[in-house]
Design a protein around this ligand. Structure first.
Ligand SMILES: [Zn+2]
Length: 271
């Protein structure tokens, strides 16, 4: 079923008059909000409300690829608006990725955004998963999507974005008990960032915050302290260790319960 067919059928049941006009108006609103969101306006409440109405009777698995619908699906999946039912985020983010890959191509900026959103919604679902087994599965799916995101960034020659995605991948690995590899990868990304001539402190802060948090959760405090010292040399002002932004990055790792999966705590038969 196409985007318009779904709403035409629904409209025919509930409101036979003016349904096409409603669809056009709603699509126009969504399109304009997409533009606003691209300019990084944070308030997505109204955009989400419009998209939610458009999606009311649509099944992401049964919807044919459509550019407007793919744009709306990204708004839906990444929205933090009040009243958002997050249970369909993965399905709509998957739709957005697949539709964009097909209609716009695998390296188009919207496709890249859709891949990043899909990885994030898998990761968010993993954090809140009810049991360890489903959590591991969701982290695995997030990791797979992050790998494809890294591949796309490499093809687009975006080394900083590659390392940012590698850190996100490492956080998923760390949360699944892959402590050693995750810490090694994040350490490499931190060293890479330190060597960039024109580096953005915000990027370094995001890496170093997560790096130190991983080390502390794995009880490697001496190494974490050494990274803190190094980070103070490179990061000043709002980005230094102890700042709210640095704590925010560290909190992305430390909010996940690590003790049960930490490699240092696993028995031999669990490794
Ligand atoms: Zn650990």
């Amino acid at each position: 079923m196409s985007f318009d067919e779904g709403h035409t059928r629904r409209g025919a049941r509930h409101d036979p008059r003016g349904v096409h006009q409603t669809i056009r108006a709603a699509r126009a609103v969504v399109a304009s909000y997409v533009r606003v969101l691209q300019e990084e306006l944070d308030d997505d409440g109204e955009a989400f409300f419009q998209v939610e109405m458009l999606f009311a009777d649509l099944d992401p698995a049964g919807s044919v690829p459509d550019r407007d619908l793919a744009d709306a699906a990204i708004i839906y999946a990444r929205s933090c608006a009040d009243g958002h039912d997050h249970s369909k985020n993965i399905a709509w983010a998957t739709y957005a990725r697949d539709a964009n890959e097909r209609l716009r191509g695998p390296l188009h900026p919207r496709t890249v955004t859709a891949i990043a959103v899909l990885a994030e919604v898998y990761e968010t679902r993993a954090i809140t998963a009810a049991c360890r087994r489903s959590q591991a599965g969701l982290y695995g799916q997030a990791a797979e999507v992050y790998r494809s995101l890294i591949d796309v960034y490499e093809q687009r020659c975006m080394p900083v974005a590659v390392d940012q995605a590698r850190v996100r991948l490492a956080v998923c690995g760390h949360a699944s008990g892959g402590c050693g590899e995750a810490i090694r990868t994040t350490g490499q990304c931190w060293q890479n960032w330190c060597r960039i001539p024109q580096r953005w402190p915000a990027d370094g802060c995001e890496i170093a915050g997560r790096y130190t948090a991983m080390l502390r959760l794995c009880h490697r405090s001496d190494e974490a302290d050494a990274v803190d010292v190094e980070a103070r040399r490179f990061l000043g002002g709002d980005f230094r260790p102890g700042s709210s932004l640095f704590d925010l990055a560290a909190g992305d790792v430390s909010r996940r319960r690590h003790e049960p999966v930490c490699a240092r705590n696993l028995r031999l038969d669990q490794l």
